[in-house]
Design a protein around this ligand. Structure first.
Ligand SMILES: Cc1cc2nc3c(=O)[nH]c(=O)nc-3n(C[C@H](O)[C@H](O)[C@H](O)COP(=O)(O)OP(=O)(O)OC[C@H]3O[C@@H](n4cnc5c(N)ncnc54)[C@H](O)[C@@H]3O)c2cc1C
Length: 378
């Protein structure tokens, strides 16, 4: 699928592939599966300028291109989940500032995020507002010099390690009680706490935030009152295909280890790779992986060229690639036989890690709705 990439983009992909194998693999071996974000990992990613992908060119960055973010996530996800999630969250927590921040906010936060000096996150989901984000109940009441926030956010990735968070809250207007606005919250603000850390089937820094009469100064509002939902959804549109890219990275690792295992596992006097049943599985896995990669690259290229109908192609990429990666990982586990379900094997870890990609940033059902709506409304 590299045929879809320019020579510079291919060079960048190879650069991240080498970085992931040479610098991230030893960190993955040292820390293993963890609910924490190792500082050593953040430093290595910052030193390799990975977070500069999230910074505009006029601030010394790479210009916030969807394709580069996808290529980086593909390479990182196949090697170490916290590396991929950290790039994703630095993106989800900085893009709203890139989109809607004023000059002071950009200067204060974006450079620090791109240097890995601070970690950020994106807090939209609530206990009673998942797929239906507009039903959120966290509320920001306006005062003379700021806002008082009350409410909860749930499933916030990198929320324990994060120094700041982009938080979306209702700011009801007389004519529209569902109006949403966006805020930059800093850890340490009175009334803003990590309520509890959550345990996932695959370890992940993920928490609930609580806001109890938390005062947020006016200067920490992003954009204008009522622009919050647009900022939230435009950010998800930018990063949706990159979840597909992470799925491609995980799927590629699952296929690579399946080929390797099939060639060396002897049964009935020959490697299992000689059996057509195994060959067919590998052929299907490789085909689905290529189709996923093509959909992801297409969506990212369209997004970078500001073409129309990004929502549809981004939803197709996220939906197909995450569902396909789940099938690929499952087939790889099947090829590994009993070894595949042994706790501690690579494929057992991937089997747990791939699952949540079909749920977050819009579940597969919601992606289908987006695709169908674009078909029926055009
Ligand atoms: C690992 C992980 C990390 C996450 N990180 C973050 C984060 O950093 N920040 C953040 O804000 N959120 C985050 N989330 C939350 C995530 O975005 C939500 O879990 C997701 O949007 C689904 O919401 P829900 O879990 O409440 O499910 P629900 O919305 O309750 O959905 C339950 C089921 O019903 C289906 N469903 C819902 N509505 C419809 C419909 N209209 N038609 C058909 N089916 C429907 C869903 O597809 C799903 O299968 C994370 C979640 C996970 C699992």
């Amino acid at each position: 699928m590299d045929i879809m990439l320019t020579p510079e983009d291919r060079k960048f992909k190879e650069y991240v592939r080498l970085f992931a194998h040479e610098k991230v693999t030893p960190i993955a071996e040292k820390y293993g599966e963890t609910d924490d974000i190792p500082k050593e990992l953040v430093k290595a990613m910052a030193d390799a300028r990975i977070f500069k992908l999230l910074l505009p060119k006029d601030m010394g960055g790479e210009g916030v291109r969807s394709l580069l973010i996808c290529l980086a996530r593909e390479q990182l996800a196949g090697v170490y989940c916290p590396a991929d999630v950290t790039l994703a969250m630095q993106g989800l927590g900085s893009y709203p500032i890139f989109l809607a921040g004023n000059e002071d906010q950009k200067r204060k936060y974006l450079t620090k995020i791109s240097n890995g000096e601070i970690l950020t996150t994106y807090a939209l989901t609530e206990p009673e507002a998942g797929s239906d984000v507009s039903s959120m109940s966290t509320e920001a009441r306006e005062t003379s010099d700021g806002f008082i926030l009350n409410g909860m956010k749930k499933f916030i990735s990198n929320g324990y390690a994060a120094d700041i968070a982009i938080v979306f809250a209702k700011t009801p207007l007389k004519n529209n009680p569902k109006t949403v606005s966006a805020f930059i919250l800093e850890k340490g603000m009175k009334g803003f706490t990590v309520h509890q850390r959550m345990k996932m089937i695959a370890p992940h820094d993920i928490v609930e935030f609580k806001f109890e009469d938390c005062f947020v100064p006016k200067k920490n509002m992003l954009g204008k009152i009522g622009e919050g939902l647009k900022i939230a959804l435009d950010t998800l549109d930018m990063f949706r295909m990159s979840v597909g890219a992470a799925a491609v990275g995980i799927g590629q690792t699952a296929l690579d280890i399946a080929i390797c295992y099939a060639k060396q596992r002897i049964q009935f006097g020959r490697p299992i790779s000689k059996f057509q049943a195994i060959q067919f599985k590998l052929a299907e896995m490789a085909t689905e992986l290529d189709a996923s990669r093509a959909l992801v690259y297409r969506a990212a290229i369209i997004k970078d060229n500001n073409a129309e109908n990004v929502s549809r192609v981004a939803a197709m990429a996220k939906f197909y690639a995450t569902e396909a990666a789940f099938r690929i990982v499952d087939q790889s586990l099947q090829i590994h036989g009993g070894v595949g379900v042994l706790v501690g094997s690579t494929i057992e870890r991937l089997y747990r890690e791939i699952r949540s990609l079909r749920i977050y940033e819009g579940s597969s059902e919601i992606q289908r709705l987006v695709i169908a709506k674009s078909l029926l409304c055009s």
